[in-house]
Design a protein around this ligand. Structure first.
Ligand code: CA
Length: 591
């Protein structure tokens, strides 16, 4: 049946189409659009759309699909700007523009960036990319794995400029979605497993010219810290802690890479992101707090200057990268309004932080953490369990969470209606042994043998609803495999998430009750999103194509024989090769 016939439902529908199309055409981020990675700069992944609701979601059906032609892990989500959907792929990071006004959404253009195949083995955990960013002048930006930041004309797909930001030959790659703030595009860097010194860099959207660069480690001048990094905590006060909390020149290849999600508060004019593990996973080689790895940064986007920093895991012993999303929400805590930032760290704690000054208000475990008993709110420091220190004990067994965290990059969603976070998690623990390693540019700088395995209960994932004002889970859904894709919350009280088996699920935001599911061709590690089509109807879209760290066995063809392969992920997911095949398909659902 012709889909256009279904759309022509009379005058009311036609009028709605016109209004929607003209409002959307400007790319202003209207209710029906999805113009940046988390829909809004606060990264809430919340849509005001309500056509698909608890009563009718059971009739949600596949409307159309699209293959990217790439069979590595597909993280991130497409954007919808006006009547065009922009889809990205894993390496070689192809960008597609699809025409939503036409039946089946045919391609308007595709851009295949030239990239050297030699960059592929330099990526730690499959060849993922987390998406594109858009500037209202009609420009798209994507970070290419081999290290270039690429600007495209959104109308034609033609290259506007391309500048080097990383260099795979030195072990630095790029995988995260950049953020556009005003007339700047800010890019991060990957390579925490290669001794890369983390940093963020801002470029002029029109010329690609570098405007500023701020490092994660080193002297305050390089990190762009003025005064104390965070006056709330003694451990964060003092000069040049990015040097003095390391031994010798270890800070120069100290990791702290910046491959996670970026959020922005236009009122405070601060953007937020965080840094990954310190260089070499072997903690014995780097005594000290190793600042500013594992740290949340609040920076002024105009000049990069830091407003505050907060380090979650000083002297990391477990590869608990701090890069997970920092979601900006306005909460009431103890009767007082709080401009909050909520962060579910790989180390297993869910943090609620005052985003104006970096003071931690709530920090509670969102899974069965055992490396620390709690976070002391007076000092801001985790209270470690001495049983699990590798510094005193070379081979440590049974640490929870595993290096992959109770949550990795898979972003949570927040509903201002229920005031709850919806968090896809891993339930994985590990054995960890530090081994001596020497730094050599472009070579792996891991220095640990890791074996992961399912956490308590045997289920490898949970999807939870979390109250950020008290730090407690309201409900949870157990998943056999990790819930390794992102979440989407809608104003109609629905929450969508994908599973590694390949199910896209819709649950009741209040109770977690399953209301609908669909089996996609591969495992889902991407993020569901929703938009209003030119026909005035609501759609839900998600990328299906397993990979990333958890799915590396399938994406890279690694068998289950060695549980320490893929940096230990095979120990937890070795059977997965018999559950899912690689893929790279966008699926779109409608009523
Ligand atoms: Ca890492």
């Amino acid at each position: 049946m012709n889909r256009f016939k279904l759309w022509s439902g009379g005058l009311a529908t036609s009028l709605m189409v016109l209004v929607t199309a003209s409002a959307a055409a400007q790319g202003t981020g209207g209710a029906g659009e999805w113009t940046m990675t988390g829909r809004t700069p606060d990264l809430q992944r919340y849509s005001p759309l309500t056509q698909i609701n608890k009563a009718n979601v059971k009739s949600l059906k596949a409307a159309w699909s699209f293959s990217t032609g790439v069979l590595n892990g597909h993280e991130g989500n497409p954007l919808v700007i006006g009547n065009v959907m922009y889809v990205h792929s894993a390496f070689p990071n192809i960008v597609f523009a699809l025409d939503l006004t036409k039946e089946g959404a045919p391609m308007i253009w595709k851009h295949v960036p030239a990239q050297p195949a030699e960059a592929k083995p330099i990526a730690c955990c499959d060849l993922v990319n987390r998406g594109v960013a858009y500037h209202p002048s009609g420009k798209l930006f994507i970070e290419l794995l081999a290290g270039d930041l690429l600007a495209l004309d959104a109308k034609t797909g033609k290259q506007l400029w391309r500048v080097p930001n990383a260099d795979y030959k030195t072990g630095s790659t790029m995988t995260n979605a950049p953020i556009v703030i005003k007339d700047l595009v800010i890019a991060g860097i990957s390579g925490g497993e290669f001794g890369v010194r983390g940093r963020v860099t801002a470029y002029d959207v029109n010329s690609g010219k570098e405007v500023w660069r701020a490092y994660s480690t080193g002297p305050d001048a390089d990190v762009k810290i003025v005064g104390d990094a965070n006056p709330n905590y003694a451990s964060h006060r003092g000069k040049d802690l990015g040097v003095s909390t390391w031994q010798g020149d270890e800070w120069q290849h100290g990791g702290g890479t910046t491959w996670g999600w970026y959020s922005y508060d236009p009122q405070l004019n601060l953007f937020y992101y965080s840094s990954g593990n310190p260089g070499t996973w072997n903690p014995d080689q780097r005594p000290g707090d190793n600042k500013w790895s594992m740290t949340i940064f609040a920076r002024n986007p105009d000049n990069g200057e830091a407003k505050w920093l907060y380090q979650m895991t000083p002297h990391d012993e477990w590869d608990y990268d701090g890069v997970n999303e920092n979601v900006l929400v306005d909460l009431t805590i103890g009767g007082k309004p709080v401009k909050a930032l909520v962060h579910f760290d790989r180390n297993g704690f869910g943090y609620t932080v005052d985003r104006t000054n970096g003071k931690v208000l709530v920090a509670e475990p969102y899974g069965p953490v055992n490396w620390a008993s709690k976070v002391d709110l007076a000092t801001g420091l985790p209270v470690r369990n001495p049983q699990y220190g590798t510094t005193s004990k070379k081979n440590t067994e049974g640490i929870c969470p595993a290096a992959i965290g109770f949550k990795d990059q898979q972003p949570s969603a927040y509903s201002p209606q229920t005031k709850l976070f919806y968090v896809p998690t891993n339930n994985i623990c590990m054995d960890y042994e530090g081994v001596e390693v020497k730094y050599s540019a472009g070579q792996p700088y891991v220095g640990a043998i890791v074996r992961m395995f399912p956490g308590p209960g045997g289920n490898r994932g949970r999807f939870i609803a979390w109250d950020p004002t008290v730090g407690k889970a309201k409900w949870e859904v157990k998943e056999n495999l990790a819930a390794y894709g992102g979440a989407l919350a809608t104003a109609s009280g629905l929450v969508f998430y994908g599973t590694m088996e390949g199910w896209l699920k819709a649950v009741d935001a209040t109770t977690g009750t399953l209301l609908w599911k669909f089996k996609t061709p591969s495992g889902i590690i991407g993020n569901p999103m929703t938009y209003l089509g030119p026909d005035g109807k609501q759609y839900v879209a998600v990328l299906s194509g397993v990979g990333g760290w958890a799915g590396a066995g399938v994406a890279l063809g690694i068998g289950p024989e060695d549980p320490t392969a893929a940096l230990g992920a095979i120990g937890a997911f070795g059977d997965y090769i018999n559950i899912s095949n690689a893929g790279g398909t966008l699926l779109v659902f409608g009523m």
